[in-house]
Design a protein around this ligand. Structure first.
Ligand SMILES: [Cu+2]
Length: 133
């Protein structure tokens, strides 16, 4: 069981490496190459637009924003309890009822690391981190 679990990602990695080598090698013939279905590597850091609230945690646990750039986060409450999406230092405080999604628009004016928390469940560890670069 463990063997198959470790082998699969390795095979995928090798496949991806071969694909990258192949596509780099024949870039001059690029236009005729047939379409290949590649699973894009998960890049969650750049365009994280959705934040899920659970009882009692945030997903993802860290959000990276760009200073001065306006972004709209879709804050979705997947839990049974009411939660808040609160970043005190950035003046953000939104209440999200269970089963609903609230658009939270943020234009971070200052760089740094800020705490995202649910006002109700902060004490239960419902906190996350917002990094503004
Ligand atoms: Cu909460």
């Amino acid at each position: 069981m463990k063997m198959s679990l470790t082998r699969k990602p390795l095979a995928v990695a090798i496949g991806l490496a071969l694909f990258l080598l192949a596509s780099a090698g024949c870039s001059s013939y690029g236009s005729t190459s047939s379409q290949t279905t590649t699973s894009a590597p998960a890049s969650t850091s750049a365009a994280t637009n959705e934040v899920d609230l659970y009882d009692y945690r945030f997903d993802p646990k860290s959000i990276t924003l760009t200073q001065g750039k306006t972004v709209t986060l879709k804050v979705k409450n997947e839990g049974k309890a009411e939660h808040t999406f609160t970043i005190r230092d950035l003046g953000i405080d939104s209440t999200v009822k269970p089963g609903t999604t609230v658009d939270v628009t943020i234009t971070p004016s200052q760089a740094g690391t800020f705490q995202l928390a649910c006002k109700y469940h902060q004490g239960s560890g419902m906190v996350a981190q917002v990094t503004v670069k």
